[in-house]
Design a binder for this molecule. Structure first.
Ligand SMILES: Cc1ncc(COP(=O)(O)O)c(C=O)c1O
Length: 393
């Protein structure tokens, strides 16, 4: 054995490599096969706001390329607090409640790292975004799941959470609007959940990165119910302004939790994307017209895509309450979503298997709608061709 082989043999694997996200795998596949059409996108494939890009160029050219403080520049945290007051009726102290992060992803990692110790019980949605599960699993949490209500439209059933809640649960994760189902927690639902968790001393990890994409009723944030005492919010500009590559988001939390998260962040990323912080500090106050435009685009797409999918033989697809994804059920034709995905890939169209999001998602597929409709339509044609042929077989 060479010295290098010996050194490598001493590395205990920290992660199971086969467990990587299928979404990242599909992204690599798409890069290798340009003929493939994708409905697997987990991001906004429409243009970011011009005004934001101009502000970013000014920041870039104006020398804003160095480290910022770990928590983020005061101007952007103040702009976030104003945004949260305007949109979510939240009362945040930018100094004590807001931490700029490397996307919502870092906010999620930091929150979980600070809130969860090995053996802690964490309640997660099923179906739910796979990364939330993976992050908690790697921290040694005991995972428990609450089902979303499949009928009529995969809504978040607060009773299903409350039935599983006791003071021994450390954290309840909520994702509203949900990836992958678009479920949106209602104002009444939030109020009941927050009251119960506050009484029991349970933390709520609220992932609100799709906040701008609620379609059936006005969006309610967990921050509308007073200071973030037992709530940690994961937020991001990625989906809101179609800048997933910027890697910029933020966390909102109780000052004691936030200070811990900020100190931990120092050893991971030091600070968040400087140029983006300066640009958003300038732009956030003027972002309402873009937010309305992006919501309209996605709502229109969602209606068209759902109508088309639900009209296919053997496919059931309810109109989601929000989000970037339709979540059609194809189990009548083929119960295995892995097989469904593979057959669609052979037909030249990529989607994400519902089983990636948990046992409740098996039999379903995640279909992205956040792109100009002309871009989605040819992929839907292929989807339709494949499904119709398959149903007839
Ligand atoms: C539910 C949810 N939360 C958080 C994220 C992370 O987003 P980002 O790190 O780009 O802000 C994603 C990305 O797909 C997501 O779907």
């Amino acid at each position: 054995m060479s010295a290098l082989e010996k050194a490598l043999a001493r590395i205990a694997p920290v992660v199971k490599e086969g467990e990587g996200s299928p979404i990242r795998k599909i992204k690599s596949l798409m890069e290798a096969r340009p003929d493939m059409l994708s409905l697997a996108m987990g991001e906004a494939n429409f243009p970011p706001p011009e005004e934001l890009l101009d502000a970013a160029v000014r920041a870039l050219r104006g020398g804003r390329n160095l480290y910022t403080s770990t928590n983020g520049i005061p101007a952007v945290r103040e702009a976030v607090a104003r945004f949260a007051a305007r949109w979510w009726d939240a009362d945040l102290d930018p100094e004590r409640h807001v931490l700029m992060t490397v996307g919502g992803m870092e906010a999620l990692h930091l929150a979980a790292r600070i809130l969860v110790s090995p053996g802690d019980r964490v309640l997660l949605p099923d179906p739910g975004w796979g990364m939330t599960r993976v992050v908690h699993e790697r921290l040694g949490a005991e995972l428990e799941f609450y089902p979303l209500r499949r009928d009529p439209a995969w809504s978040i059933d607060v009773d299903a959470i409350l039935e599983r809640l006791d003071p021994g649960v450390k954290v309840v994760a909520v994702n509203s609007p949900s990836n992958p189902t678009g479920a949106v927690l209602s104002r009444e639902g939030w109020s009941r959940l927050l009251e119960a968790t506050r009484e029991m001393g349970v933390f709520v990890l609220s992932d609100e990165v799709y906040h701008n994409y609620a379609y059936s009723e006005p969006y309610t944030s967990s921050l509308a119910f007073g200071p973030p005492d037992n709530v940690v919010v994961v937020q991001s500009f990625s989906k809101t302004f179609a800048v997933t590559g910027w890697r910029l988001g933020y966390a909102v939390a109780h000052p004691d939790v936030l200070r811990q998260m900020a100190t931990y962040k120092e050893s991971i990323s030091l600070c968040s994307f400087s140029v983006g912080q300066f640009a958003l500090a300038e732009y956030l106050d003027h972002s309402d017209p873009y937010l309305a435009w992006a919501n309209d685009l996605c709502r229109g797409n969602m209606e068209r895509v759902v109508e088309r999918l639900d009209g296919l033989p053997g496919v059931r697809c309810a109109m989601p309450e929000g989000g970037f994804y339709a979540f059609p059920d194809l189990s009548e034709i083929e119960p295995s979503c892995q097989l469904q995905t593979e057959r669609l890939l052979t037909g030249g169209v990529a989607v994400v298997p519902g089983g990636f999001f948990g046992g409740e998602g098996v039999g379903c597929l995640r279909v992205g709608i956040a792109a100009p409709y002309e871009q989605i339509a040819p992929a839907l044609d292929r989807f339709e061709e494949r499904v119709v042929a398959w149903h007839q077989a």
